[in-house]
Design a protein around this ligand. Structure first.
Ligand SMILES: Cc1cc2nc3c(=O)[nH]c(=O)nc-3n(C[C@H](O)[C@H](O)[C@H](O)COP(=O)(O)O)c2cc1C
Ligand code: SF4
Ligand code: SF4
Length: 278
């Protein structure tokens, strides 16, 4: 099914888990002779969408379902006639509202949904896992994604959807996000920069995928209502100044902040059809 086709793998990642497995998948597919381009969802321009390429999607689970930025991206896709699509999602604990609703959205647009894989990775929200244990989980996920590449190329994957239940779970997740008061986190915004630690370098602003951080003239950046809670700003902050207002756990990132920013920059540069963030 994928033979002779090129793949455009559209990715989104907050703290780097998904970016790491998306890069591993790309590497594995290229090793097997497939032409793959990694494309960042955050810089997507609908006019550059190419329906002759297989659509790959890689993203984290947010509140049991798709992150808002991914849902918006899929909604903007044009209608196609049977373009194959596959999905790779990462999760810290449980999801349930990802596969079904996404399959429904894609099928309505005419995509042929050929395969999914969910990978368990350290949770970026409940950031209890760090260091060597986190790295071991990531390495296991990278191993599993290589197996997924093999199965995808040999046509052994499928994409099932549990109707109603998965839509219900997604609706609950979206409600939780909209309310922003899940787990008694009533304060808004839910990420904030610690005044004493912030050196006003603006790295968090540059890497926020939805331009949600304010430039408050010499003060630490503050999130606006656009914030989708992806935690990218928390992960890229070199001083651990940006934090999630929840349980005071240390920030989670799949790579050091310097490495994470350079990998994101490199991926943005490689996909030449997108606007540069800098
Ligand atoms: C706002 C938010 C909500 C999340 N909700 C879920 C969830 O409902 N279920 C789950 O298993 N993991 C959840 N997670 C954890 C992430 O899906 C997981 O850690 C993922 O690998 C992070 O990927 P990233 O580093 O590419 O952003 C959530 C993370 C964030 C930031
Ligand atoms: S990246 Fe960190 S230190 Fe730099 S401006 Fe943002 S919060 Fe402050
Ligand atoms: S401000 Fe919100 S949307 Fe922007 S990087 Fe931070 S968590 Fe993500």
């Amino acid at each position: 099914m994928m033979t002779g086709k090129k793949i455009h793998l559209y990715w989104f990642s907050g703290s780097g888990n998904t970016l790491r497995v998306a890069r591993t998948l790309t590497e594995e597919l290229r090793l097997q002779g497939v032409e793959v381009q990694l494309r960042p969802i955050e810089n997507f321009e609908p006019k550059f969408f190419d329906s002759n390429a297989v659509l790959g999607l890689a993203f984290p689970t947010h509140f049991f379902t798709l992150p808002i930025i991914v849902r918006d991206f899929v909604t903007k896709l044009p209608n196609v006639h049977g373009t194959p699509a596959f999905m790779l999602t990462t999760a810290g604990m449980v999801s349930g509202g990802v596969h079904g609703p996404l399959k429904r959205l894609l099928s309505r647009k005419g995509f042929h949904c050929v395969g999914t894989r969910q990978l368990m990775m350290p949770d970026s929200y409940f950031a209890f896992i760090h260091g060597r244990i986190a790295e071991r989980m990531i390495v296991r996920a990278e191993r599993n994604v290589r197996k997924f590449a093999d199965r995808l190329l040999s046509g052994q994957t499928d994409w099932r959807r549990v109707p109603v239940l998965s839509d219900l779970i997604a609706a609950v997740g979206s409600w939780c996000f909209a309310r922003r008061n899940l787990f008694k986190t009533r304060r808004y915004p839910v990420v904030y920069a610690k005044e004493k630690k912030c050196v006003k370098c603006n790295i968090c602003r540059k890497f926020c995928p939805v331009d949600a951080l304010t430039d408050s003239g010499g003060k630490p950046p503050q999130p606006t209502l656009q914030c989708t809670l992806c935690l990218r700003c928390v992960a890229v902050c070199p001083n651990n100044a940006m934090r999630l207002c929840f349980m005071g756990l240390p920030p989670y990132r799949a790579l050091t902040s310097g490495k994470l920013t350079s990998v994101i920059r490199q991926t943005l540069r490689e996909s030449d059809v997108f606007r540069e963030t800098e």
